[in-house]
Design a protein around this ligand. Sequence first.
Ligand SMILES: [Zn+2]
Ligand SMILES: [Zn+2]
Ligand SMILES: [Zn+2]
Length: 164
Amino acid sequence: MGTRGRCALPGCNKPVSPSSPGRHGSHLTCGDLHHQLLMAGRFNPFSPNPNLHILDRNAAGFCALRSCHRPPCPGHPWCSRSHYMEWLFDFTSGLQPDQFCKLDGCTRHVFVEEEFTKREFCGKTHRDQYVTLSALRARLQLSSPSPTESLISSSGSAEGVCSA
Ligand SMILES: [Zn+2]
Ligand SMILES: [Zn+2]
Ligand SMILES: [Zn+2]
């Protein structure tokens, strides 16, 4: 119970998303995209948080995609879902390999603690899954399947961006 905190991403003041059943601990941000941006910001604490660029673009009246000169959709940083996807692709392809979760096929950013300790996985669930999979593979002596290269496959975060 008690009051919910505010999104930890610099520049965002929305309430954190409610924690779902079966999940350990509470969320740090208002949604999945802001979680990714927060982790990316903590990973590179000396570069400006990627969210600041989005806020700058929006404050100037533009969609957050650098090449776009249309106004953003009301209540959203992008003018359209396709520009959100394009932006997400740029953002994801700009990350270093060690910023990605170690679990095969996961394209989420690794978890970075508040005091900037970097983890190898996006969260506890994938760390546990990786350990289980490694143990299974060792037992069955299977070779690991080739990792998926799809960069934006795990973008369940697109909901909430208007699809005009
Ligand atoms: Zn937020
Ligand atoms: Zn746009
Ligand atoms: Zn993961």
